[in-house]
Design a protein around this ligand. Structure first.
Ligand code: NCD
Ligand code: ZN
Ligand code: ZN
Length: 426
């Protein structure tokens, strides 16, 4: 089966747009031509004039909730939501029920992803059994089963000794440790950032140090163990500073940031609405600016959504009691495109790189580039059409987003995984 994507706008190495025709055969990109290639009658032609073709987006931090929380999301609904958002590779967190802490659960996640047959789903495994922080999982067996890294996302690893043991073991297996950075002793009973919103509503807040203390500790442990250490959902000025310094002295640290931490601050929270509750919380304007600066100068390597679906009943419990988390797949690219690229603040190539080539580099994935011989993981995007964010139209089971009603440009219109169309706009 041959697919020819005709007249697509693609980014060249200099970050400029060029019109190209892309030929896909047997799941691979086999040609990228300036002149329309000859085709036989059996080839499928996709007219892409006026649209941007990018490598399929990669999201290295997502929650698919299966097994155990299928009322929030399943691997199939999550994968479809990802495809609709333009993602072709996603890496799912192990805070399921049971926790992904045995090879059997890793196998189960892979099997469900295969059945869904949509995007590539890469499972992370837990650092500690049941994410309780008490006993390491069997890293070697989990790697063997297909886990791509170790993380207790959802909670921080509370003791330095446990984290150091985890890093030593991961390093010996050439595997990364991915850390949710949060010191429990500083955040008990907190739902929002320690700052203006908390003060206004008389709430106890989550301080910046609760995140940055772990970042600092773990950087020292990464230096001592030589592991590849990756920081989850960076949200504070202090974390950015510590990561920048660590990189400068050659410590193997990488980091991610979420769209909401680049776009929203605590000042934007309209009231006690749990669709604005996530962990880490929306921080101060100063933190937002530091995260943006970190992403631009490469201190922060990649953008992830931390897609965290919850049911409407759960989110209806209110700011204090509802679970943390917001969905992300279907709004990520249009949000960032509209806020940063359409306004002229960022180059389009920077946004695309931080969602494709950079995650592929950081996690050594064989995808994320538009090149002959690369897998045909591709996303076609309409940069001009405006749409309003409508959670009722999400493919995800989750409706929990603070971005309802935002008018955005840059919507994906078609997504291919290894040459197979997995989503197309109706
Ligand atoms: N980010 C969140 O607010 N929630 C995540 C957990 C996590 O990413 O730490 C979840 O699992 O719901
Ligand atoms: Zn987390
Ligand atoms: Zn998460």
């Amino acid at each position: 089966m041959t697919v020819i994507i005709r007249n697509a706008s693609v980014l060249n190495k200099e970050g400029e747009l060029e019109i190209k025709h892309i030929v896909v055969q047997d799941g691979m990109i086999t040609a990228i031509e300036s002149d329309l290639p000859a085709s036989d009658a059996s080839a499928e032609i996709v007219e892409a004039e006026g649209k941007l073709l990018v490598p399929g987006l990669i999201d290295m931090h997502v929650h698919l909730r299966e097994p155990g929380f299928e009322h929030k999301e399943t691997i199939a609904t999550g994968a479809l939501s990802a495809a609709k958002g333009g993602f072709t590779t996603i890496a799912c967190m192990p805070n399921t029920r049971p926790v992904t802490d045995t090879p059997e659960i890793v196998e189960l996640v892979k099997e469900k992803a295969r059945e869904a047959g949509l995007v590539k789903v890469l499972p992370y495994a837990a650092i500690t059994k049941n994410e309780l922080g008490r006993e390491l999982t069997d890293f070697a067996a989990l790697k063997e089963a297909g886990a791509i890294g170790f993380t207790d996302d959802g909670v921080g690893v509370q003791t330095a000794q446990m984290m150091k043991d985890a890093m030593k073991l991961a390093a010996s297996l050439d595997m990364p440790v991915i850390a949710h950075c949060e010191d429990d002793s500083l955040v008990e009973g907190c739902a929002v950032n320690e700052g203006t919103f908390a003060t206004k509503h008389g709430l106890k807040g989550i301080p910046n140090e609760s995140e940055a203390i772990h970042v600092g500790r773990d950087i020292l442990l990464a230096e001592a163990t030589g592991v590849h250490y990756h920081v989850c959902h960076v949200s504070t000025e202090q974390s950015v500073r510590l990561i920048r310094q660590a990189k400068q002295i050659g410590i193997k640290v990488t980091a991610e940031v979420c769209p909401h931490h680049l776009l929203l601050s605590e000042e934007d929270i309209p009231g006690m609405d749990a669709n604005w509750k996530m962990n880490p919380p929306l921080r101060s304007r100063r933190d937002v600016e530091a995260c943006i600066e970190g992403l631009l100068d490469g201190t922060i390597d990649i953008i992830v959504t931390d897609h965290a679906p919850h049911s409407e009943e759960e989110k209806a419990k209110g700011m204090q009691l509802a679970p943390f988390g917001i969905v992300g797949f279907e709004t990520a690219f249009p949000l960032l495109y509209t806020a940063f690229v359409a306004t002229g603040k960022w180059d389009l190539s920077l946004l695309v790189q931080r969602m494709t080539a950079d995650p592929a580099r950081v996690f050594r994935l064989n995808t994320g580039s538009l090149a002959v011989g690369a897998p045909a993981d591709l996303t076609l995007i309409d940069l001009n059409e405006e749409q309003v964010v409508d959670p009722a139209a999400f493919a995800s089971k989750g409706r929990n987003t603070p971005f309802t009603g935002w008018k955005l440009k840059g919507w994906p219109v078609k997504t291919w995984v290894e040459g197979k169309e997995v989503w197309t706009k109706a």
